[in-house]
Ligand binder design. Sequence first.
Ligand SMILES: Nc1ncnc2c1ncn2[C@@H]1O[C@H](COP(=O)(O)OP(=O)(O)O)[C@@H](O)[C@H]1O
Ligand SMILES: [Mg+2]
Length: 438
Amino acid sequence: MKGKPVAVLVDAVEYDRHRIASSRRGRSNRDCGSFTTLKRPPQTEYFQCCLIRLVERRDLLTSVTRALDRAPIVLLMGPRQCGKTTVARQIAASRRSTWFDLEDPEVALRQEAAKQVLAPLRGLVVIDECQRQPALFPLLRVLADRRPRPARFLILGSASPDLVRGVSETLAGRVARLEMGGFVLSEVDTRRRDDLWLRGGLPPSFLARTDADSFAWRADFVTTFLERDVPQLGIRVPAPALRRFWTMLAHLHGQVWNAAELARALGTGEAAARHHLDILVGAFLVRVLPPWFENLGKRLVKAAKVYVRDSGLLHYLLGARRRLDLYSHPKLGASWEGFALEQVVRRLDAERDAYFYATHGGAELDLLIVRGRRRLGFEFKHADLPDVTRSMHVALADLRLEHLFVVHPGERSHGLRERVSALALRDLDTVRREWKLG
Ligand SMILES: Nc1ncnc2c1ncn2[C@@H]1O[C@H](COP(=O)(O)OP(=O)(O)O)[C@@H](O)[C@H]1O
Ligand SMILES: [Mg+2]
């Protein structure tokens, strides 16, 4: 089912309902192509009939479902358009549920009436675009503390709680926080890896008919984010200034963050540069990779590295429209590094234990994942036949790595020397399984 067009005139959830029903009748998923009508009238923009290609995201659905079993409130966060609503619709379709879209002006969840509306509900309550009404959170805390629990809450948001003041503290302890992003390689046909790299994982960009359509979609995405989403968060920053900053960051993709240098280049203060960075990080658009620190008797780099998380947005900001542009771009290596790093961190669930390592003496490791006593290193090389470098030897010894993977775009994974191997990105899932890193 990976990425193949379903070619039916329904939305994702109607499709899924049908799929479940037909598998109960003993028919295979392939039979779904005959399902062409929408049974209910369209309720929201989302429900309008569209020709959809549904990409199955089984692991993601499982994580959200498990989190709902565990915690009374699940906060599912990710950048705009990454597929949060679609995932939640699929989960809600299979159980008793009530849906509130806070972006819909007709939704009756006004603050003063919220308690009366939410308290009697049973089953699953989904609140979409929760960053629009942060004042709801104290109420959710009260509702989540009831015993027995009449309802569970799935809260969707495209801005991190750190960006929406007060939310982190209000919900501490009761919430399972999950992050998602656009498609990762394991969710799409691996033969489309280069499309995923060029266009990025946001579904409409990845699934666009042509590279040009995908590029145009990303251009709109950036403009909408700057001109509509940021102001809606109550953040006042001129859109052109943030656009300039974001573009500049694309050119510094994969480098160590230096606020002073950036502020100078942009003619702003350091505080403004920091604020701009916080906005893009809080909206899940930029990754700040912290440096690893331990006392090794060496002078370590202490500033963080920055990456534009979605490779498609990176390429839009760099003006790389087609593969040809990407392959001839001076940022090719950095782009591969960011793309592969994002895949590894997401697939190995390493959001909270990912670092880089660099000494002022020149030793470097692109990604260090620390799990208890285990330490795994990753280097990202856009070369078909990667080699072991001196810097890798130093990192292996300094950090006492269990293993070092050199992740490359080629076809084959193989050992390079003891504790070092070349890993073709498409074999990442094998590593995940064999090293029990899921
Ligand atoms: N698994 C998927 N397969 C195909 N298209 C998808 C999938 N998930 C999302 N989309 C499409 O991507 C767009 C954004 O999805 P949506 O769920 O609205 O994102 P979000 O709620 O994160 O903004 C929609 O047009 C949706 O149809
Ligand atoms: Mg949504």
